[in-house]
Design a protein around this ligand. Structure first.
Ligand SMILES: [Zn+2]
Length: 395
């Protein structure tokens, strides 16, 4: 491990005079290496810090061969500069990360579940626990114990120790990073946890404010446990309140009745859709009967706002009627232009041959079987297709 940087020595420091000692570009992205830094590089499940370096935005920080590269919105010149941390983002990360230490310690010591991974996302965080399943009662207990440890305002401290000393300490660790050399950084939550970690942490568990468990998901034989902590609890509750308020106004129901109100609306919608489908089918049958009654060799109609399913219903009904002619129907719905040919029950016309000619005439394609042929194409050529059909049938 290299010499402690400012983010490690003083995690509450938000401004620092530094020197840009090296600079370059990587894939077109300018970067700078500093003699000391406030910006935590992505690692250990915690995202990189953001901020400003000499007025230029720091967009990402990555450890490259032991050096911390600050990826920037624009190049900076080598020499002195002032670094300013995006403190809102960092403090949020410190809250989520310290909450994770506490949650991991309580889950292991009280419930026997070891943490195998941690992920700090933009909205929620999660840890992966070596537990095949977790009951709601256990989750409730876990959250209660964590809350009591937040209230206890336990100090959180960090120190470095020689690696040999680690063996004699009750250290909880998921293993040191590959290639680790020199001292080991330990982070302690007084009385409950001692952990190897290079991240940024709060001064005391009370600064976590609150930790809310959100739910679980099974994963690779273990369980992923989602949570939010600190300001995220308040922001999340705020957005839930806003959403509930909108739903209360829309549905005219109190919070406790919102789910039932939506269920009732979904039943109404399903009933209405069924009634609508039945009415559409009746209409299609009536249209087919009217077209058959016209008694012409090529009956035709266009239905704006109707899809191929409607045309199929018209065609199918038409084939069941004892007429010698054919019907040519078209429809447009949501920009899809469709056509269908059907031969009457007393017709000997080969609709597959006729249909292929129509498909070609409208610049589209289609297919059919028996007395039906359907396809898609441009209905701008509809009149031409109709003339072609009349000519073929000698009408
Ligand atoms: Zn940590």
């Amino acid at each position: 491990m290299s010499a402690p940087r400012a983010f490690e020595r003083e995690p509450y420091l938000t401004e620092l005079s530094v020197r840009v000692v090296e600079s370059g570009t990587d894939g077109g992205r300018p970067w700078a290496v500093l003699d000391d830094t406030l910006f935590y590089p992505e690692g250990g499940g915690q995202p990189a810090d953001h901020g400003l370096l000499g007025g230029v935005q720091v967009l990402d920080v990555q450890s490259v061969g032991g050096a911390l590269r600050h990826f920037l919105s624009a190049p900076v010149s080598e020499g002195p500069a002032v670094a300013r941390l995006d403190w809102g983002r960092r403090f949020d990360h410190m809250q989520q990360h310290t909450a994770q230490h506490l949650l991991t310690a309580v889950a292991a010591d009280r419930l026997g579940w070891e943490t195998t991974a941690f992920h700090l996302g933009p909205e929620t965080c999660d840890i992966e626990l070596a537990a095949a399943s977790i009951t709601p009662a256990d989750l409730f207990r876990l959250e209660e114990v964590v809350a009591s440890e937040v209230r206890a305002a336990r100090p959180v401290t960090h120190r470095r120790v020689p690696r040999e000393e680690m063996a004699s300490l009750p250290v909880r660790t998921r293993g040191l990073p590959e290639g680790h050399e020199g001292d080991v950084r330990l982070v302690a939550i007084e009385g409950i946890d001692l952990n190897t970690c290079g991240g940024t942490h709060l001064r005391a568990t009370s600064e976590i404010e609150a930790l809310k468990l959100l739910g679980t998901e099974r994963l690779r034989g273990g369980t992923r446990l989602f949570f939010v902590a600190g300001g995220r609890v308040r922001r999340r509750l705020g957005s839930h309140e806003e959403r509930s308020g909108r739903l209360r106004a829309l549905l005219g129901a109190p919070d406790a009745g919102l789910a039932e109100a939506v269920e009732a609306k979904l039943v109404q919608l399903s009933d209405a859709q069924k009634a609508c489908r039945a009415a559409e089918e009746e209409l299609a049958d009536a249209k087919a009967e009217a077209l058959a009654a016209a008694g012409v060799p090529v009956a035709q109609a266009h239905f704006d706002g109707r899809d191929l399913a409607f045309l199929q219903r018209v065609g199918k009904r038409f084939t069941a009627l004892p007429v010698p002619g054919i019907v040519f129907v078209t429809g447009v719905r949501e920009g899809v232009e469709a056509f269908l040919l059907a031969a009457g029950g007393a017709s000997s016309a080969d609709v597959r041959v006729l249909g292929a000619a129509v498909a070609e005439a409208v610049g589209g394609r289609g297919g059919g079987s028996g007395k039906l042929y359907q396809g898609k194409g441009s209905l701008a050529a509809r009149d031409g297709a109709l003339a072609l059909l009349r000519e073929r049938l000698g009408a």
